[in-house]
Design a protein around this ligand. Structure first.
Ligand SMILES: [Zn+2]
Length: 270
């Protein structure tokens, strides 16, 4: 599933192709994504792209009036191709640009989305109330500490809650908790401020590292033959059940927390 680093990599891949270009057409082959692609998406046609950005795992394309909101869902990817390249299976929509290129969306499982926003994307029902970006100045150990007071739930669920901080998926939550030495099942309200400082730094570090890895495949992404710039980052605990901890050699354990597999070292994480 695309997580924040893949979405950031996608943004960096499509942004130079889109910015300043006019969208000549939005070609919809299959409107039945997670939510039906709305008819008002046609308002994009003839408009120039002012800029692109990411908010959580949403890609926002700002037009002269209104804009697009895209989500990759479980299995979606965007690639850049020539507008007259024959579509493949699961290619559901194209943004056809005045450059002759197009941004093409492929999604076998169709949990992705293409929606329209009119005035301010932050007011969109999907974006309203989201927590801060983990790589922004608004995110810190202090932020986590303040929000966690009185919370009895597991810290792993807490940091994966988009109202607390966006974009910390299952892989990165497991990795960051290991790096900070915090047991994933520990009640969020019972973790001291200094340990939250370490956790916030670890979340930042693991995401930035993943984005750097994603960046190395960016060229492939842009010239794509269909494979987005996903990366294989070396992981410390995720999916390493039974393998020795890189710090202490004790076998990594797996435990289901909040219906998600969590991986941790029983010795290094308290
Ligand atoms: Zn260990």
């Amino acid at each position: 599933m695309p997580e924040l680093p893949e979405v950031e990599t996608t943004l960096r891949g499509i942004e130079p192709m889109l910015s300043g270009r006019r969208i000549d057409a939005v070609t919809v082959r299959n409107a039945a994504l997670r939510w039906p692609i709305p008819a008002e998406i046609a308002r994009a046609e003839g408009q120039r792209v002012l800029g692109c950005r990411r908010r959580a795992k949403y890609l926002l394309v700002e037009l002269e009036s209104g804009g697009l909101l895209m989500h990759l869902g479980m299995s979606g990817s965007l690639r850049v191709c020539d507008a007259d390249d024959a579509p493949r299976k699961h290619d559901h929509f194209d943004l056809v640009l005045d450059s002759g290129r197009c941004i093409r969306f492929n999604d076998p499982r169709r949990f992705g989305a293409l929606l329209w926003w009119e005035a301010n994307p932050e007011d969109h029902v999907l974006l309203h109330g989201l927590g801060p970006e983990p790589l922004s100045g608004q995110f810190s150990g202090g932020h986590l500490w303040r929000l966690s007071r009185g919370r009895k739930g597991a810290v792993k669920n807490f940091v994966m809650d988009g109202h607390v901080v966006v974009g910390v998926g299952n892989i990165y939550a497991s990795e960051a908790l290991f790096m900070a030495g915090i047991h994933p099942a520990r009640p969020a309200g019972r973790i001291a401020a200094a340990r939250y400082d370490a956790l916030a730094a670890a979340i930042r570090d693991v995401l930035e590292r993943a984005i750097r890895h994603g960046g190395t495949t960016l060229r492939d992404f842009v010239n794509s033959e269909g494979n987005p710039g996903y990366f294989a980052q070396e992981l410390l605990v995720y999916e390493r059940e039974g393998n020795p901890c890189f710090q202490c050699s004790v076998p990594i354990r797996r435990r289901v927390i909040g219906q998600r597999s969590s991986y941790f070292c029983p010795r290094c994480q308290r």
